[in-house]
Structure formats: C-alpha cells, structure tokens
Design a protein around this ligand. Structure first.
Ligand SMILES: *Cc1c(COP(=O)(O)O)cnc(C)c1O
Length: 389
C-alpha cells in the first residue's frame, strides 16, 4: 500500500480529529525516520516525546520481544514480573513509595485527581475536594483532565457539561495563593508547560507554591507526562526545582513507544488507595512494562548529563538564528519563538527533511535523547534556512 492509498483509507475510515502532515512514517534508525516512498527525516519530535531512544533501538526491541514470547497480558488479578520490576525501579530512582500503572497521560492524571480527593476525604471528610490548576496548562483529553486543563479554548460548549471542582490560577505563587480556598485539596501543575509553548515555571514561584501546599496540607501533583523520563536532563523535571511533590504522573516516554502511564505516590499519600479503589484492565501490561524497564535502566547520570549538554548545544545555536525571538525549555525539551506561524514553519522543515512539533506560536523540539551531533547539526542547518528566510 503506497502513501496515496494509505491516505485515502485513513481519511475514509478514521475519524477526522487530527490534521496530519502529508507523509506516512514506516521505519528508521535512531533519530532518522523514513516514509513508504523512501524519504528520510531527522526526527525532532519523537512521536511527541515518546520514542526517547529513537526507533529500532536494539535493547528495547530485545526486551519487548522477549516479553512477547512469554505472555502479552495477564490482567491485574495476577502478579507479573515486569510490572513489579518497573515499580521497584521507579520508586528506587525517585523516592516514591507506590506506583499505579495505567495506559496514558490522561489516565495517570485522572488517577492522581481521584487519589488527591480521597486523601483529603479520608483525613478531613467532605467539602475539601477542589483542585487548583494553572492557566495555559494541558492535562489530557478525558472530560476530567480536559476540565483540569486551564485553557478556555479547550472547553468548547459542544462537550459541556465539564466536571466541577477545578479552579484556574495564574502560573505564579501569588496566582495559586489567590485561587486556593478552604475547599482545595490539591494543586496540579506542569513545571514546563509543554502543549502551550514550552513555558518554564520559575523555580522561586514553584518553591513558594510548594511551601503554601505544605502549610495547608494541600497535595502537590506534578504532571510529568511530557517532562519526565530524562527529557529535561533530570529523570523527572521536579529535581531541577528542589521540591518534593506528593504525586508525580508520567507517560509519553516511559515505555519508549508503548502505551504506559504511571502515577507515583510519595510518602504522604502512599496508602491512599486500597483494594477496589481504582483499576485498569491494561494498566501495567507486561510488554509495556518490559519496554519501560529497558528504558529506565539506561536513564542514568551519564545519559542525563549528555541530555543537558545536547540541550545547551541546541539552545546556543538556535538563539543565534536570525528571526528567533526566544528559546525556552530545559534539556531536550525546547521551544523556539519566531514571528512566523509555527505550523507553516513546521511544514517547511518537513519539506526539507526535518520533523518538528509546534506548541501554540512556537516550534517545539523533542528529539530522541540519543540524537547524534551530526543529526543536531543537520537539523540546525534546516531550522536556520527555514526561520531566517
Ligand atoms: C500529552 C500530555 C498529557 C496527555 O497524555 P495522553 O497520553 O495523550 O493522554 C497530559 N499532560 C501533559 C503534560 C502532556 O504533555
């Protein structure tokens, strides 16, 4: 099936919720992808921060295939080794006490929201169940996580009614302070707002938000669906901030390309869930967890330093490009602001063989963590041609 036929079937039979770029992707090696017609692309998107070791990674493939040869699914009625191993590794590396596995970022956040309400209910009984989220945040597409998302544009009338129980704050300590009420049980935030433009929250503001939460026994939930798993040059971005969140959610890159979400509970709320309180048929699937183990095992100090170095290299060179107004982000999560419409620039990059993402008015760059210097240089050359034009 060639590209035209794929495209025809896709638009005939798949719901039209995505405006796709005009190419298919069918293979590649590391940070180089190819389409059915044999065109090659340097990948600065990683399938939206998912393929963190690129494609065709030997170690990941070996782990996944070995598990496929054993058992593909067992259900949560039984124990499986990959889930137990992955949970232990996550807790050992972060200091979290318990993990709940699901299949996506939205589900990981949904779980965090339920846990925060239950923590508060168990301790204070009813009437303390509201959650403060930040303006310009993005937390997912289920009705609850969509409601949690602090963007009016994401709340069109056609999907109403939305959930009750969310208050939106300016992304500062003062903003959160004025949104918190006696009925607030949690504050949920992204430390780098990904979808809305790679906006990095200020460390002093975040620490003040943490202090406010601690003083009032309000849980601090950090949504690391995009920033997690080495993306920013730390295993989780909260480590840059010197804070101790109560709940951390992640997904995207965790299993290196397979659907897996995780909600991590730190000391305070380790015992919040008991038998029957929450569940997921596919959550903790052994294939996804085996893939994740092979990823997490390699996210060590050396690799994270390498991510920081590559990020610094890209940011330095990007900021020198004519027409670039600002470069934001941390590690290999980078936003590039220019005066031109970002979708148009992304299309031009694609035409020249570079895949990039957009985030509002910015280009968003999320290359695999293993991207090579030669690939970064080629990408910078293309970005330079497209942006300075
Ligand atoms: C992508 C994303 C989500 C949603 O994840 P899905 O896997 O698409 O449900 C939630 N929060 C953040 C910060 C994200 O970047």
């Amino acid at each position: 099936m060639g590209f035209e036929e794929i495209k025809e079937k896709d638009s005939k039979y798949i719901a039209h919720t995505y405006s796709r770029f005009q190419t298919d992707l069918c293979g590649g090696e590391g940070a180089v992808l190819c389409s059915e017609d044999g065109r090659q692309y340097i990948d600065f998107g990683s399938g939206i921060a998912v393929n963190i070791f690129g494609v065709n990674d030997e170690e990941w493939k070996e782990a996944v295939i070995a598990q496929v040869n054993k058992i593909q699914h067992a259900s949560n009625l039984y124990y499986t080794r990959p889930a137990a191993e992955l949970a232990a590794m996550l807790c050992e590396k972060t200091g979290a006490k318990k993990v709940f596995f699901s299949n996506s970022g939205a589900e990981a956040n949904e779980c965090a929201i339920k846990a925060a309400r239950k923590y508060s209910y168990d301790k204070y009984r009813s009437g303390r169940n509201r959650i403060v989220t930040l303006k310009n945040s993005f937390h997912g597409r289920t009705l609850t996580t969509l409601t949690a998302t602090g963007q009016d544009a994401m709340h069109p009338a056609c999907f109403a009614p939305y959930m009750d129980g969310f208050d939106y704050a300016e992304p500062t300590a003062a903003g959160v302070r004025s949104a918190v009420k006696p009925s607030t049980c949690a504050v949920m935030l992204e430390l780098i707002q990904g979808e809305s433009g790679v906006n990095v929250l200020e460390a002093a503001e975040v620490r003040a938000i943490e202090a406010l939460c601690k003083a009032k026994d309000i849980l601090l939930i950090v949504d690391e669906v995009q920033t997690g798993n080495g993306r920013t040059g730390k295993l989780y971005a909260y480590e840059h901030y010197g804070i101790e969140p109560d709940i951390v959610t992640t997904a995207k890159g965790l299993a290196g390309g397979l659907p897996l979400g995780a909600t991590m509970f730190f000391g305070k709320c380790e015992a919040v869930f008991g038998a029957g309180d929450h569940g997921s048929t596919f959550g903790g699937n052994p294939i996804a967890c085996a893939g994740a183990c092979s990823i997490l095992r390699r996210l060590d100090k050396d690799l994270l330093l390498e991510v920081q170095g590559k990020g610094d290299y890209l940011r330095t060179h990007l900021s020198r490009i004519k027409n670039v107004r600002a470069v934001t982000g941390m590690g290999l999560m980078i936003g590039v602001e220019t005066a031109k419409p970002s979708r148009e620039l992304a299309q031009k990059c694609l035409d020249k063989g570079l895949i990039v993402l957009t985030a509002k008015n910015k280009l968003r760059l999320l290359p695999p963590l293993t991207v090579k210097k030669s690939e970064m240089d080629r990408a910078l050359q293309i970005l330079n041609e497209v942006i300075s034009e």
